[in-house]
Design a protein. Structure first.
Length: 356
């Protein structure tokens, strides 16, 4: 018996369009791991990887030391390249474009791309990850790209022998600050509290670095400069007093927000703003739509947990498509499946349907 997902595509007879089995939106650890598993299940997934942010947040990371299998560590971009190559090895198709609209209400899901193209599928894996959180203060947006940055690995080179600051107190802030000492003459770490949220090992590295100085119990309330950053205004979180700190650049590392703008009003969200999923599954509030990675995780947000989440999503998709087949998926069109895995069985099954 032919399973519902043994054939790559079927036809949306109402529109004459080819319908894929699964489209994966996002190309971070969750998206590519889902693609690996889906491709190995012969689902021939389409991965929409983004036109400018392919690879996700790890593309902006230097040493990744806690991803299993790399005892010496691995550069973030190298890890994502390997994941993409592994997915493509099993048949995943990667498309460098951006999804600008989703229609997920019906049984056939439709995505619209920034280039104007559209694709349809029986299922969607939403793995869009998260975006750097903004401080939300005067000067931040105006001076973005002119001294305000959210990516040390992208922009650190431009601050050779400059005095800069990193805003934040977690692992990302410590990593950014430590990396920036390769270029800057001095790096301030500005934190709202008198203790860090970062892991012990990341704290120790920062504390031991002679180029790093901590500014405790301080919030950045304004970024100063006309055409470029010249400093920040700090406000004490203890007594409210304000002071200025002269700087050539500000790197913001205060966390990330899930990229959910495409599904607002379409999928249920949690109080934390992430996509709601059913328990430990990847099932969202709509049948056939699955979510994985940082977009569903407000707590752990690690590359390895995102990868595990992508695994769950691919397996959930496989089970969902199998159930569609058992319920009576559209009969395959022989002309469309010739040469594909399961084509002979599908042709025989089609002949039985036509004979009946």
């Amino acid at each position: 018996m032919v399973r519902g997902y043994d054939v790559l595509k079927h036809t949306n007879h109402a529109k004459g369009a080819l319908v894929r089995q699964v489209i994966i939106i996002g190309s971070g650890p969750a998206g590519y791991t889902a693609a690996i598993y889906a491709a190995r299940a012969n689902l021939n997934p389409l991965v929409v990887a983004s036109s400018v942010e392919a690879g996700g947040e790890l593309m902006n990371t230097t040493d990744v030391e806690n991803f299993p299998g790399f005892p010496e560590g691995i550069q973030g971009p190298d890890l994502m390249t390997k994941m993409q190559e592994q997915a493509e090895r099993f048949g995943a198709e990667v498309l460098y474009d951006d999804v600008v609209d989703l229609d997920v209400a019906g049984p056939v899901k439709k995505i619209t791309l920034g280039s104007g193209g559209t694709h349809e599928a029986d299922s969607i894996v939403f793995a869009t990850g998260s975006a750097p959180r903004k401080i939300g203060i005067d000067g931040e947006a105006r001076l973005s790209g002119r001294g305000v940055s959210y990516c040390a690995t992208c922009d650190g080179f431009f601050f050779r022998e400059k005095v800069i600051a990193v805003v934040g107190g977690g692992d990302s802030a410590m990593e950014e600050a430590t990396f920036l000492t390769k270029f800057a003459s001095k790096v301030y770490i500005i934190h709202r509290r008198d203790e860090l949220r970062a892991s012990k090992i990341m704290q120790d590295r920062a504390f031991k670095n002679d180029k790093i100085e901590f500014v405790w119990n301080s919030a950045v309330v304004d970024i100063i400069g006309d055409d470029a950053v010249t400093g920040v205004v700090l406000e004490s979180t203890v007594d409210g007093t304000r002071s200025e700190l002269a700087l050539d650049g500000v790197f913001v590392a205060i966390g990330n927000d899930p990229r959910t703008h495409l599904v607002h009003g379409k999928l249920d969200l949690t109080p934390e703003g992430t996509v709601w999923v059913d328990g430990r599954s990847s099932r969202t509030s709509l049948p056939g739509v699955f979510a994985a990675g940082d977009v569903i995780d407000p707590t752990y947000r690690q590359a390895v947990t995102a990868a595990g989440s992508g695994t769950v999503a691919a397996l959930d998709v496989e089970h969902y498509l199998a159930a569609l087949g058992e319920a009576g998926a559209p009969a395959p069109d022989v002309a469309e499946i010739d040469g594909l895995p399961g084509a002979d069985e599908a042709r025989a099954e089609t002949a039985k349907v036509n004979a009946a």
